[in-house]
Design a protein around this ligand. Structure first.
Ligand SMILES: Cc1cc2nc3c(=O)[nH]c(=O)nc-3n(C[C@H](O)[C@H](O)[C@H](O)COP(=O)(O)OP(=O)(O)OC[C@H]3O[C@@H](n4cnc5c(N)ncnc54)[C@H](O)[C@@H]3O)c2cc1C
Length: 376
């Protein structure tokens, strides 16, 4: 599979370079208005870009050292859901500032008793005139404390089969009755939150799609989440890669214990397999196919690979690896891409965005055609 990209004379590259000449340090808004945040989306949000154009735009951004706005949940999976199921008014209202990164978004799905079994949610929304009244609680809400809006699943009918009584809302995070409590994770970071809803009134226009049919949109969100979380770095596309690890090891003249050498070779092989799987996904898209459950194959492998990379980095550091702030061969964390932080964070990879058991259920049932999970 040859993914050699066309050179600078390609019209997509030319157009980007004109944009860059006009906006030498483009803001999130500049990038969003030009369609470069989500080029694969239809106009006016994106450029209806075919897969080759997307690759070229990504390459141009990389060459110019320009990063897209940071709003992972907003751009990665709330936005695509609004595009799929939101009204034109909702799209016009929310998407410009979502894509520019001016409004940060969070995801209010998981509850204490509804994670993998998401359709068991108990948070309720009942209609009262021109508003819905929300009561209940959510957990593991990443960035809930800094988000302007959240995508919210709530039960709007308890009398029917549970998948058909759920509705999908946009929830402004500053409404009276919302209490946000921090959950500090084992890296010491505060990213997660508990969010409590005490008879919170949200305007009826915040309902996305049809009443009681939110499960269909929830599936759109979850599929986009799975695809978004499968980039190249070891930590959901962020963080170090095997090449970074190799570079550090090569730069140290001391001999390497055979067990560490073997594990290093193993993670290199995993990385090669993942790169090939990624190329296969890209060529599938180039051939015009829509991605389905195969995204779970890459996520299942990539999550465990990330853990192997970070564990190996810690072991390479020897005793220093047990100290916060050190990486392989005692390198200081600032020189070593946050290895010890990454090791602690990597434990989350096989849980968030669907646990490793859930990915295996999807692969077993939807790709291999095995009998359904007894729990499901
Ligand atoms: C870094 C991170 C960020 C997150 N951010 C958000 C967020 O912003 N918003 C949000 O709503 N949620 C968020 N989550 C929550 C995440 O979606 C849930 O943790 C996840 O869905 C698992 O649910 P749970 O924690 O309730 O575990 P459970 O579902 O209770 O699972 C417990 C264990 O049982 C296993 N299990 C469950 N069901 C089955 C089954 N059918 N077959 C086999 N094994 C099974 C699981 O694999 C797991 O090992 C985040 C999680 C992480 C780690």
């Amino acid at each position: 599979m040859d993914l050699q990209l066309p050179d600078a004379s390609h019209p997509v590259r030319q157009k980007f370079r004109v944009f860059l000449a006009e906006h030498p340090s483009p803001s999130g808004r500049d990038l969003a208005e030009a369609g470069y945040v989500v080029p694969h989306w239809p106009a006016p949000w994106g450029l209806d870009a075919d897969p080759l154009s997307q690759l070229l735009i990504d390459d141009e951004l990389k060459l110019a050292g320009i990063k897209r706005p940071i709003n992972p949940i907003g751009i990665g999976w709330a936005g695509p859901t609004l595009l799929a199921g939101g009204s034109t008014e909702q799209q016009d209202r929310y998407l410009p500032r979502l894509l520019s990164g001016e409004d940060f978004w969070c995801q209010l799905f998981s509850e204490p008793d509804a994670g993998s079994d998401l359709s068991a949610i108990r948070t309720t929304a009942h209609r009262d005139g021109e508003e819905f009244v929300i009561s209940g609680s959510k957990i593991w809400t990443s960035y809930g404390h800094i988000a302007r809006y959240g995508i919210l699943l709530a039960r709007t009918n308890s009398e029917v089969e549970r998948h058909h009584g759920i509705s999908y809302f946009v929830c402004p995070m500053d409404l009276p009755g919302i209490t946000i409590r921090p959950l500090v994770d084992m890296t010491g970071d505060h990213a997660f939150n508990e969010v409590f809803f005490d008879e919170v009134r949200i305007p009826a226009e915040c309902l996305v799609g049809e009443l009681n049919e939110g499960w269909t949109l929830a599936k759109v969100t979850l599929m986009n989440e799975r695809v978004s979380l499968s980039g190249e770095g070891a930590l959901w596309g962020r963080g170090p890669t095997v090449d970074d690890l190799l570079e550090l090891v090569r730069s140290d003249p001391r001999p390497l214990a055979p067990s560490l050498r073997r594990r290093l070779v193993d993670v290199v092989i995993e990385a090669e397999v993942l790169a090939l799987l990624r190329q296969r996904l890209v060529s599938s898209v180039l051939a015009g196919r829509t991605l389905g459950p195969e995204a779970s194959v890459r996520k299942a492998l990539a999550d465990e690979h990330g853990q192997h990379v970070m564990l190996l980095a810690t072991d390479l550091a020897g005793l220093a690896g047990q100290l916060q702030g050190f990486g392989p061969h005692g390198t200081k964390e600032s020189d070593a891409l946050g290895w010890s932080h990454g090791f602690l964070y990597s434990q989350a990879l096989t849980i968030g965005g669907g646990t490793k058991a859930v990915q295996r259920n999807i692969i077993g049932e939807r790709i291999l055609g095995l009998p359904r999970d007894l729990e499901g």
